[in-house]
Design a protein around this ligand. Structure first.
Ligand code: PLP
Length: 393
């Protein structure tokens, strides 16, 4: 087997740009495009492409086009959702009333750090919602974290490290039962390839997406904000995106995101079944052939079809990732942002995974283009690499 071959099992970090998306973006670029706010022909063309893309993204999310705010990616969308909603709540409570935010203990750093920043800059009280040993939020404990100061609850649709799908509908029902004013934000960045967002995020007030996780370009994202939710812009300037996010829009990027979402929706069912079968084959093969391998999340828990999270006993994650990379296997330690860092994962810590197990934790994430041959290759190489790292004969 050629050592030059790459088996890419890190779709959770980023997905390859799909050729159909690249073609649609090239076509959009093939005619002069102006600034969509202008009035001449190239500007009109840009505006038409932007609004067509907005319509398509809105349809994929089951939202109104006016709900869609184009951003630079998932991180910006999460920042705008958290900071924007809390800033709006703070100004609505003039007179200095307290504000609080509740986020699940396993949110992506884009959400977590936004909560931390809000705690500092807006004097918002931040509480975390616990998860069980599988990483599923404990909805029962929401009431204990909630009070009449709670303006926002952030629970992701699916976790980036483990792929665990959260019971978002139950969370939203619980929030609605507790408050008429608190808003729910869901980070759907990881879930977008394999879950029907229109169905699964229908009742959320704010939803974040990122194009590069669904076969689209890096640097484009969306925050969908329902009409009854107020946010304060975090980028001010020319007032684009209905005063909610200033800055000239990336029209070609928006075309790429809309195309990627369209392709994803058309293939979702078949791709999910095929990818889940490949993921299960990888899981069963590794559990059988590598002693001391444990599933981080029980099989009974709903996870995204492309995610497999395993803990390998007696292995240091970074050493394993490097050794796998030398053999052409791309995986990751969990969060793409923390990859390369040696600190233990706060997600695994929140699940109560022992430090010794967490050290050897690895995330394999398959995508719509992952092949049978790639899984075969991973099944041949990963056990060899682990045996060598463990100095097994
Ligand atoms: N939220 C989740 C769940 C993610 O997995 C990521 C990226 O890994 C982000 C947010 C950030 O998205 P972006 O890379 O587009 O800034």
């Amino acid at each position: 087997m050629s050592e030059g071959v790459t088996t890419y099992l890190d779709h959770g970090a980023t997905t390859p740009l799909r050729s159909e998306v690249a073609d649609a973006m090239a076509e959009a670029r093939s005619v002069p495009l102006g600034n969509p706010t202008g009035s001449h022909r190239p500007a009109q063309r840009a505006r038409r492409l932007l609004e067509e893309s907005r319509d398509e993204v809105a349809a994929a999310l089951g939202r109104e086009p006016g709900d869609i705010i184009f951003t630079s990616g998932g991180t910006e969308s999460a920042n705008l959702a958290v900071m924007g909603t809390l800033a709006a709540a703070a100004s609505a409570r003039a007179g200095g009333g307290a504000i609080s935010v509740v986020s699940s203990a396993v949110e992506h750093p884009a959400v977590r750090e936004s909560c931390r920043a809000a705690a500092h800059t807006l004097q918002v009280r931040w509480r975390e919602l616990a998860v069980d040993h599988n990483g599923v939020v404990d909805v029962e404990s929401l009431a204990a974290q909630f009070d009449d100061t709670t303006a926002l609850v952030a629970v992701m649709l699916a976790n980036n490290e483990t792929g665990v799908v959260q019971p978002l509908g139950t969370v939203i029902a619980a929030v609605r039962a507790l408050s008429a004013t608190a808003r729910v934000f869901t980070d759907a960045v990881q879930a977008a390839t394999f879950m029907d967002l229109a169905a699964s995020t229908a009742d959320a007030d704010l939803v974040a997406l990122s194009a590069h996780k669904v076969g689209g370009p890096v640097g484009v994202g969306v925050l969908a904000v329902g009409a009854s939710t107020d946010i304060v812009a975090q980028h001010v300037g020319g007032g684009q995106e209905r005063e909610r996010r200033s800055g000239t829009q990336d029209v070609v990027g928006a075309v790429g995101l809309a195309t990627a979402l369209r392709l994803t929706a058309a293939e979702r069912h078949a791709a999910s079944c095929r990818v889940a079968a490949l993921r299960d084959r990888l899981a069963e093969g590794l559990l059988r052939s590598v002693p001391g391998t444990v599933r981080t999340v029980s099989r009974e828990v709903a996870t995204l079809p492309g995610h497999l999270h395993l803990c390998f006993d007696g292995i240091e994650r970074e050493e394993l990732l490097l050794a796998l990379s030398e053999r052409g296997i791309c995986a990751s330690g969990g969060s793409s942002c923390a990859s390369g860092a040696l600190e233990p994962s706060y997600v695994l810590a929140a699940m109560g995974v022992a430090d010794t197990s967490a050290r050897g934790a690895l995330r394999f994430t398959l995508g719509h283009d992952t092949s049978d041959a790639e899984i075969g290759r991973a099944l041949a190489i990963v056990p060899e690499v682990i045996a060598a790292l463990r100095h097994e004969p």
